[in-house]
Design a protein around this ligand. Sequence first.
Ligand SMILES: Cc1cc2nc3c(=O)[nH]c(=O)nc-3n(C[C@H](O)[C@H](O)[C@H](O)COP(=O)(O)OP(=O)(O)OC[C@H]3O[C@@H](n4cnc5c(N)ncnc54)[C@H](O)[C@@H]3O)c2cc1C
Length: 481
Amino acid sequence: MKYTSIWLKDKFDNKIKKLNKNIETDVLIIGGGITGLSTLYFLKDSNLKITLVDSDLIGHGTTSKSTAKINYLQEHIYYDIATKYDIDTAKLYYDSQIEAINKLKEIIKKENIECNLEKVSSFVYANNKKEIEKLKVEKELLQKFGSIVNEINNNEEYAIMVSDTYVFNPVKYLYKLKEICLKNNKEIYEMTKIIDIKKIDNNYICYTKDNKIKTKKIIIACHYPFFLFPFFMPIKTHIEKSYIMAYLDNYNKYTYITSKKPTKSVRFYKDKNSYKLFLSNSVNICNKLDENKNYKELINQNNQVEFVWKNDDLLTLDKLPYIGIINKSNPNILIGTGYNTWGMTNGTLAGLILSDIILGKNNKYINLCSPLRTNNIIYLFSYLYNLLLNMWSYLRSKIIKNKKWYTNVKIVNENGKSIGIYEENNKKYKVYNKCPHMGCSLIFNEVNKTWDCPCHASSFDIYGKCIKGPSEYDISYNKND
Ligand SMILES: Cc1cc2nc3c(=O)[nH]c(=O)nc-3n(C[C@H](O)[C@H](O)[C@H](O)COP(=O)(O)OP(=O)(O)OC[C@H]3O[C@@H](n4cnc5c(N)ncnc54)[C@H](O)[C@@H]3O)c2cc1C
């Protein structure tokens, strides 16, 4: 059994180019997941100089750990949007998802991408009265929007089903996009992390550890932005994590998901073998911090598990993504994130919207997804909710950091600083036990041997190197500090 995503099991012919000099570009895309690479792909024919950087290998972030359903049947999202806004807004979101699905299919066909795309039926399932009522409304809305929806009504269990949804292998897809963009003279640098952005006159200077990139426009496609201002993501979203396992099983052409949290979700994947992917244990990031227990709970359900991993995504309270300009006074910084665990469609949609904004074209989904919509009074509740969640995560991280659910780990105080010590084979690995992002204490993850932030999901290895943001800095111990 491997503690890694099934999508990362294949070897890719990947020539890695790391930035080793100062450069200038017209547009800098920060992040090479589905958002960044889709945007780069849609801009590939423009005469603009476009550069994409990724702190890791492209496609190795959240996208590589998803269940990769390409689906417009997203729990009861149209019910939620229609309740929060109105039916027209729900319909516009539906149209955006259908357009994204069609675009993905079109690219895969046109570029001849081998990424195991399969048409499947998808179910959303509920077994309590309240959820069943929501699904019934969801069905009516979908029918009104033009979708063919079936229902399965079985005593106390109820499901809705559509048959025009898809699944694929997201990493194979992204590697092909990378290849196509490189052939179109677009620049891609991997293992190149942006740690700061400064505005100087009409340009932005983006800093890596050793180099600078001067650019006119920036697209933040790094999932969780590594800077706090001007968008201040912690009060606009919260993070949900889930655990996924893949085991050998007969192939089936369906997916399902529960309508209610904690989510359970299933899909199948076939290459040389066929696998069932099962997702469960979805919780808010600050809960269920004993990773050993979390993984065991999942693995114990099946003794044939080949791959097991976890993933997290940003949830917005109105269920709509944040795609577009983040601040009126910084119209040249754009973002694509907050996909509510539906990033295959929304990452593609972000690519369409962001590339249109860069090219000065109109796009009918700009207002729907605009991050500027949050400047509205109706978001006050959302801000308060997320603020309280942040405070709760912060306090929890401080209170429970010493909990003894892991062996070989000590948290000590040295000169007023909290130090985490992990011991393996009589060797001690020390780190500062404070996340550089917003100061939360870190929790040791016994399974992946990482220090994880229970507030915004940054992660550090036992040497203190930041392996996942939003933190842009390491927590390596320096005895001279
Ligand atoms: C458990 C789970 C299951 C999911 N299943 C599905 C599903 O079935 N279908 C679906 O549609 N969606 C699904 N999603 C959602 C989807 O995975 C995400 O919304 C989507 O992958 C986000 O893509 P992204 O490109 O924004 O981010 P990422 O894929 O994380 O890409 C961001 C990239 O930015 C890089 N980066 C970060 N910081 C920096 C920096 N400072 N400098 C340079 N580069 C940086 C990272 O290395 C990374 O490669 C799921 C999510 C979860 C949590």
